[in-house]
Design a protein around this ligand. Structure first.
Ligand SMILES: *Cc1c(COP(=O)(O)O)cnc(C)c1O
Length: 397
């Protein structure tokens, strides 16, 4: 059969065609009125997309660049910080904080799990300058309860900042950035924004800006105070990734369209879409007798355990060879044990049903279990039908 290459990975994600054409067509120089108009419109729209009144900055780098900016702008050497870690991306926070000389305290839980609020509360007694966490830990498919974690941090007081890597959380999870008091939240272009890699963004609270003035860690390209000053004039401090800004403008228009002209509503619709795709995927996997890996599964992606004694790499390989569908293996010690199917951004019903239909064939090929064709697809359809009925009843009520 003909193969279409499709990504089901937790970044990069499938590209929005309108974003691709906007990129290809864009030629303006960055110090022109045309670019300035685009830049200012995109920054204003990004506030709606993130759901914040805080300053938003968009930088040319991958997500890790802005994670590094969070550390270099909000901590000084020897500062105490608390890192909540439950996977590869949590470990990245520890690595970054150590690289900048912080005194790192880790609250570490096993892969696949999430944190106890009581333990977080207890660890705050050391008065860390900042708490670092993921909204969704893409390496394990776990959703951390940011609302509850934020409550605990805010109860502790204003001296401790909350920094959230929501690189796969934004656009897949409902997050009330200002309401919950998140000081620094990070996203990336190659996730729910349906664009190529290359831009990363953050929203920064007043509390974080104030704290930044005390920071003595070295920074230059990632000096966010400089970037904020330029943004206020409708510019970036250095050459922006102009064509990616054009793509971002188109992606935000698409999301606005999902909300019938209202970007905040479009963001909600995009999140609901990911959550529904995730619920369908979980139901499909379970119907095939597969175990889910994450104790609290995210809307961003579904991590599925390979059947007993089977290397998950065989599943990943079979998806690629039979269907040109790219799903992710586990990372680190989870490699060979789990595979991950993402629903971040530009995914729809047909993508979800398609990958589950393919999963049935893949399992039939790589295991000796007898597969009942249609069982995963049927379970997902039932989730979809039930959700649509509930939605109609809500509208008619
Ligand atoms: C993708 C991702 C990142 C950023 O990775 P980059 O490769 O630097 O863009 C960080 N955290 C999480 C949770 C991610 O999913």
């Amino acid at each position: 059969m003909l193969h279409k290459n499709r990504l089901f990975t937790p970044g990069p994600t499938p590209l929005l065609p309108a974003a691709q054409t906007a990129m290809a067509a864009f030629t303006a120089h960055h110090r022109t009125a045309d670019f300035k108009a685009l830049f200012q419109r995109v920054l204003a729209d990004m506030k709606e997309f993130i759901g914040t009144k805080n300053d938003v900055l968009v930088l040319a780098c991958s997500g890790t660049g802005v994670m590094e900016a969070a550390v270099s702008n909000l901590t000084s050497p020897h500062d105490k910080v608390l890192v909540l870690t439950a996977g590869k991306f949590g470990e990245r926070w520890s690595g970054l904080c150590k690289a900048f000389g912080c005194q790192v305290e880790e609250l570490k839980v096993p892969y696949g799990e999430t944190f106890s609020l009581d333990e977080i509360r207890a660890r705050l007694s050391s008065n860390p300058r900042a708490v670092f966490v993921q909204a969704t830990e893409s390496s394990t498919g776990v959703r951390h309860d940011i609302e509850a974690i934020a409550k605990v941090v805010r109860q502790h007081g204003d001296e401790t900042l909350l920094v959230v890597d929501a690189i796969t959380g934004l656009g897949t999870t409902h997050l009330d950035v200002d309401g919950w008091g998140i000081d620094f939240i990070i996203g990336g272009s190659q996730k729910a924004l349906m664009m190529p890699p290359g831009l990363a963004y953050c929203a920064v609270s007043e509390r974080a800006w104030k704290s930044m003035d005390k920071t003595i860690s070295p920074r230059y390209y990632f000096d966010l105070r400089k970037e904020r000053k330029s943004a206020a004039k409708g510019e970036t401090a250095y050459t922006p990734a102009t064509s990616l800004f054009a793509a971002l403008g188109a992606a935000l228009e698409f999301i606005r369209g999902m909300g019938a002209g209202n970007l905040a509503q479009g963001r909600e619709a995009l999140v609901n879409n990911a959550e529904l795709c995730a619920e369908m995927t979980r139901a499909g996997a379970k119907a095939l007798g597969l175990k889910l890996y994450a104790s609290a599964p995210a809307g961003a992606l579904t991590a599925i355990c390979a059947p007993e004694a089977l290397d998950s790499g065989k599943i990943v390989k079979e998806f690629r060879e039979s269907f040109d569908a790219v799903v992710a293996n586990g990372q680190g010690e989870m490699k060979g044990k789990i595979f991950r199917i993402a629903h971040i951004g530009y995914y729809d019903y047909l993508d979800t049903i398609g990958i589950l239909g393919a999963l049935e064939h893949v399992l039939a090929r790589v295991t000796d279990k007898s597969i009942e064709y249609g069982s995963a697809v049927r379970a997902a359809q039932q989730v979809y039908a039930r959700t649509m009925t509930e939605k109609r009843q809500l509208v008619n009520a």
